[in-house]
Design a protein around this ligand. Structure first.
Ligand code: RRO
Length: 304
């Protein structure tokens, strides 16, 4: 069989393949360029950026869990202007699409960072799902009216396609997804991390200085697959699925649930080649199953 088609189109942007990075697990990319050609990935999604630099939360801000990690990084980043001046040129050398994840404490902050970054990157990912900042962050993503409001206001300011990243810390993800769609989102990504907590039984104190943090890694995968499936039933938008993907089999599960593309995150901390291995494994699966186009597996799950 000739090589299958691996390219996908997400909100009019052509990716060479359906694999990207989960924001916050890949920095601004250059640390990983020594391991592989970033052009191997359909897109790179970068650590969340705000209009002004942020120091993040006090340490410890990472705690290991069974089959996952909790983080309370707290949006540490050097600010969007620093990124444009010092980081962007390096990643632009690669044949991959660049997604900037944006965050803030108020709607005005989100609009400010959108105005700084837009048209310098290929897509924007609106982060209304960070569990670790006191104001903004997850608060925006857990109320359907706020999701509609922030999506429509950022969309008005954005000159490139807008992906809205959803929080799993909600009762009805389909309702939130529908609000983002009505607000003008061009695509959705899900899931961000699940709010969690660990306690040191000797000190009786939470391990994270921030007390709580976001859970990611293989432990969250079934929750994420279920949510991608529910969102696929609720909206027409392209979906970037993520949450505990470590292998190509995991990625294919997400695509069968309805994801048009997938992001690998926490698995990259275990193996820096995880992103490329997932991409190659998807291609191998297509060859072995005589499927000529990766888009043909999207949403093909058949319920019992
Ligand atoms: O920086 C963080 O603490 C963080 C962010 Br912005 C996010 O969206 N999700 C997460 O688990 N951590």
């Amino acid at each position: 069989m000739t090589k299958p088609n691996m390219s996908v189109e997400i909100a009019g942007v052509k990716w060479n393949n359906p694999v990207t990075t989960a924001s916050g697990t890949f920095g601004f990319g250059k640390e990983y360029a020594e391991y592989f050609d970033l052009g191997e990935l359909g897109a790179v999604c970068l650590k969340s950026l705000s209009a002004v630099p942020r120091l993040g939360n006090p340490s410890p801000r990472i705690a290991e869990t069974n089959y996952g990690i909790l983080n309370s990084v707290g949006l540490q980043n050097p600010g969007a202007e620093y990124f444009l001046e010092n980081e962007l040129e390096e990643i632009r050398k690669y044949d991959t699409k660049i997604i900037a994840n944006i965050c803030g404490s108020t709607v005005e902050d989100y609009i400010a960072v959108t105005k700084i970054l837009q048209d310098k990157v290929d897509m924007l990912e609106l982060n209304i799902s960070c569990p670790n900042v006191k104001e903004g962050g997850m608060a925006f993503g857990t109320n359907k009216d706020m999701v509609y409001d922030i999506t429509s206001r950022v969309k008005e300011a954005a000159k490139v396609p807008l992906i809205v990243k959803l929080s799993p810390n909600v009762t009805d993800i389909a309702e939130i997804a529908a609000s983002a769609e009505s607000g003008g989102a061009d695509a959705l990504s899900l899931i961000n991390t699940l709010l969690g907590m660990r306690i040191d039984i000797k000190t009786r104190r939470p391990i994270l200085k921030n007390n709580m943090g976001g859970l990611s890694g293989p432990a969250v995968k079934p929750v994420a697959v279920r949510m991608v499936y529910q969102v696929r039933q609720a909206v027409k938008l392209p979906i970037i699925g993520m949450g505990g993907i470590s292998t190509s089999d995991d990625a294919i599960e997400f695509m069968m649930a309805g994801a048009n593309a997938v992001a690998v995150g926490t698995a990259g901390f275990v193996d820096p080649y995880a992103w490329v291995n997932v991409k190659n494994g998807i291609e191998q699966f297509l060859i072995e199953n005589n499927i000529s186009d990766v888009n043909d597996i999207v949403g093909t799950v058949e319920l019992n």
